[in-house]
Design a protein around this ligand. Structure first.
Ligand code: SF4
Ligand code: SF4
Length: 332
């Protein structure tokens, strides 16, 4: 039988040892149903998740809920919404209790005196032109001023088909702002014309993502294996989709057979009672899903399947390291 140590040399085994100790148990929380933008293709609003439950307004209820989540074994709280920075008291309730990641559009600056080392992921949907079309505003000019040089912040760059050939300009601007970037692909949940991926475009953007990682290794947090997985939706001959997705809310997961999945993962609505189906849109057709975190997790929960060859296991390690860096379990 192949073992980890038989597949890895000393260098890779050391890298493996670091991540094998982590045991990350994440869940996702809608901090609020409100946002200061309304992006075309936002999975939260387009799926009606903002109407699934009314927000819990009592901060003591949030605190008690987070204590219960911690007791449930969660060791990474991923805050989304809506826009979490509209509710700093709720964000602080998480931050004081758990390792916390806050997704934001970057328009409101997180006060570092209150949240000194909270990891922040700023959403970015393309260059100025695309951002105006999809989000009604060039957010980068504001968010890059708010966060320039911040060591606990990165851009989550959602690439659209229109960005092919144009990613380098954005990535070099992010480098110049002293920030990091991680890339994923738009799922185009609202069918905006010109923003749905064609196979040849996915092949082109994969090559471009690889080239960006080679050219900006100090700025781009990624791996070529992740690029292959997210652009093809295929891993070790298997296809991503509902049957394989690891990021389904556990109490709602009645799939039979059960795939490898995230342990105890739940995506909670902002009433702290309702649950959403998965880490992203409640209504998305899974065959169109390009969610970056779900694809990363798909790799991560399938370690055993990657114990075929040394290269497969190294690919798995690189994806795991990338995830750990994005959520501050490993340094950049
Ligand atoms: S900023 Fe985020 S939550 Fe707000 S509308 Fe855009 S994608 Fe949705
Ligand atoms: S939409 Fe994506 S993340 Fe959600 S269940 Fe389907 S494949 Fe998984």
């Amino acid at each position: 039988m192949k073992t980890v140590s038989s597949l890895l040399d000393e260098h890779w085994y050391e890298r493996y040892t670091k991540i094998s100790k982590l045991n990350i148990r994440s869940s996702i929380y809608d901090v609020t149903n409100r946002c200061n933008l309304r992006c075309k293709g936002c999975f939260f609003f387009s799926s009606g998740e903002h109407k699934a439950a009314s927000e819990e307004m009592d901060s003591t209820q949030w605190e008690a809920f987070i204590d219960r989540e911690k007791a449930r074994g969660v060791n990474l709280a991923i805050l989304i919404g809506g826009e979490p920075t509209l509710c700093f008291d709720r964000v602080e309730a998480f931050y004081k209790r758990l390792p916390t990641f806050c997704a934001t559009n970057g328009l409101i600056k997180v006060p570092r005196e209150r949240f000194p080392d909270m990891m922040i992921g700023i959403s970015l949907w393309g260059d100025e032109e695309d951002e105006r079309v999809l989000r009604g505003k060039d957010t980068f000019s504001i968010s890059s001023r708010n966060y320039a040089g911040d060591p606990h912040t990165y851009y989550l760059y959602t690439i659209t088909p229109r960005q092919i050939g144009r990613t380098e300009r954005i990535i070099s601007k992010i480098r110049d702002a002293g920030l990091k970037v991680h890339m994923q692909l738009l799922s185009n949940d609202e069918g905006v014309s010109g923003f749905t991926w064609k196979p040849e475009e996915l092949a082109a953007i994969r090559a471009e993502m690889d080239a960006m990682l080679d050219a900006y290794p100090g700025t781009v947090i990624s791996s070529k294996y992740y690029h292959a997985i997210i652009t093809t939706g295929s891993m070790l001959g298997r296809s991503f989709g509902w049957k394989e997705c690891p990021s389904v809310t556990q109490p709602l997961d009645h799939r039979d057979p059960q795939p490898k999945r995230l342990t105890n993962f739940i995506r909670w609505a902002s009433d702290l009672k309702a649950m959403h189906r998965c880490c992203t849109s409640e209504t998305r057709d899974c065959s169109t899903c390009k969610d970056g975190a779900a694809h990363m997790s798909w790799v991560m929960v399938n370690k055993r399947a990657h114990m075929r060859t040394s290269k497969d296991l190294q690919n798995w390690i690189e994806v795991y390291e990338m995830f750990a860096k994005l959520y501050q379990f490993l340094p950049w």
